[in-house]
Design a protein around this ligand. Structure first.
Ligand SMILES: [Zn+2]
Length: 472
């Protein structure tokens, strides 16, 4: 059951029977219009500025002489960044009069400052080992929030975890009692089922029909979920959620101004979810690159896509490039013994072996789908589906960005998707301008030249507080 299960049973995303597919020439120019309609998520109200109360409201921080990347304007300018409390108060180009001092001053010379990364598809259960003999890394919401922050991921959207745990952690954080990356959460996932009383251990809401779907949305709304997450695999060869049930859930969520994210399996699922008004859909079918008619539909409807290239390719990448497992940031985040299980394809557990077997055949198709979406102006967002095989909390979102660039997206654009656009999806200001939340990272090197530079963290600033990253 995808996304509704604890560690050791990660979602069974699998795409068997993908034969060699010849990539057709993409009619990109004909798809790209000058003015795509706005993303559907922009129609939702922005969240009121919210301080977590992590320090005195008038405490100040000055980062001097740092190269600031603003993904919205695509400008890089050496500036002084002044933070008051949890908010960026001013960004002043060097040479202009700016704040002279602060409670804390960092010299950012030679470094690059950009908004902290935001992961829009993660799960907080932990990281799985690839063998049966070695233990998983068990996390949960609070350790995940801490781990992500040390990896430079300053906010995340949990798209399916045990309801009480994830909302509990999120609410404690919003009340000022918990540090770590900003938590946004769906809570449980909505799944089909004949019996709403099915025991799900808090990971799922079982919707037997349209009426129960509406009732679950209304009930969940009391917990103020940041999105409602639905599993819609109607075209898969097993009983899936009925279209009327999905329609009812999406309609009820829209009435309550709740954003929705629909997990899809085949292109037909995506078509239905977009037509019915989902705010976003997640995953790609890799039976073939996304058909142009579907790209046009997503564009027309303003439906956002969270493609999750990672969950459909990173295991294969790790097997082909085991040096990735030696990355200093990754090794500071995940136990070495667990990482080393990914070096042993011959003794992978059955499920890991299966994942490793299909991914090599679908990576190129997924990259092609992403290119088509990008060229057409479909709103794309970034979230690798961390918590699944080969997708380690925090590290995975850096890698997802690298995959976007490898697929052909401009680095500036990829950075915007994972920062300011992610903030817009969540109704938050996650940028580098006055008034934005002071969630930023300082890195060595230049992500515009080599996206892997986002992994070379020098400092992480969360809500105005300077943190040491996991690896220095
Ligand atoms: Zn997921």
């Amino acid at each position: 059951m995808p996304h509704a299960v604890p560690p050791r049973s990660p979602p069974a995303r699998a795409f068997p029977c993908v034969a060699a597919v010849v990539l057709a020439a993409v009619p990109q120019a004909s798809l790209a219009g000058p003015h795509p309609p706005p993303a559907r998520y922009l129609s939702y109200p922005a969240a009121a500025p919210h301080a977590f109360g992590v320090g005195p409201a008038d405490r100040t921080l000055l980062v001097r002489n740092v190269r600031v990347l603003d993904p919205d304007s695509q400008t890089a300018q050496v500036s002084d960044v002044f933070v008051r409390g949890e908010t960026i108060a001013a960004v002043t180009p060097v040479g202009l009069p700016g704040p002279a001092s602060a409670d804390q001053v960092l010299d950012g010379a030679g470094r690059t400052l950009l908004p902290g990364l935001v992961d829009l598809h993660a799960h907080s259960w932990g990281n799985p080992s690839a063998t049966d003999a070695d233990p998983d890394q068990t996390l949960g919401p609070e350790p995940t929030a801490e781990l992500l922050l040390r990896a430079g991921v300053t906010a995340w959207l949990d798209l399916g975890s045990r309801e009480a745990d994830i909302f509990g952690a999120r609410d404690r954080q919003r009340a000022g009692h918990l540090a770590g990356a900003d938590i946004h959460a769906a809570g449980p996932v909505f799944v089909p089922g004949d019996d709403p009383a099915t025991a799900t251990d808090g990971f799922a809401r079982v919707c037997s029909d349209a009426a129960s779907a509406r009732a679950h949305v209304r009930d969940l709304a009391r917990r103020q979920p940041d999105v409602v997450k639905l599993i819609y695999e109607a075209t898969r060869a097993r009983p899936g959620m009925a279209q009327a049930t999905l329609a009812a859930a999406l309609d009820e969520a829209a009435r309550l101004h709740l954003r929705t994210v629909v997990h899809i399996y085949h292109w037909g699922d995506l078509r239905t979810a977009a037509r019915l008004g989902a705010t976003a859909v997640t995953h790609l079918d890799d039976a073939g690159a996304i058909p142009p008619a579907l790209v046009a539909l997503l564009r027309r409807r303003g439906t956002a896509m969270i493609p999750t290239l990672g969950v459909q390719g990173e295991m294969a990448n790790l097997i082909e490039h085991p040096a990735l497992l030696d990355d200093p940031l990754l090794r500071a985040l995940v136990p070495a013994a667990l990482l080393d299980t990914y070096r042993k394809p011959l003794v992978f557990c059955k499920k890991a072996a299966f994942w490793a077997s299909w991914q090599p055949h679908v990576r190129a198709l997924n990259a092609e789908s992403l290119r088509r979406l990008h060229v057409a102006g479909v709103p794309v967002l970034v979230g690798p589906d961390a918590g699944n095989f080969g997708l380690f909390q925090g590290f995975a979102v850096h890698r997802e960005l690298e995959m976007y660039v490898a697929a052909g997206l401009p680095a500036w654009h990829a950075l915007r998707l994972a920062t300011t656009d992610a903030g817009r999806f969540l109704g938050r200001r996650y940028g580098v301008r006055a008034g934005d939340v002071a969630n930023v990272v300082l890195v060595e090197g230049d992500p515009l030249v080599d996206m892997a530079a986002t992994r070379r963290l020098w400092r992480v600033v969360w809500r105005g507080h300077v943190q040491q990253p996991a690896a220095r």
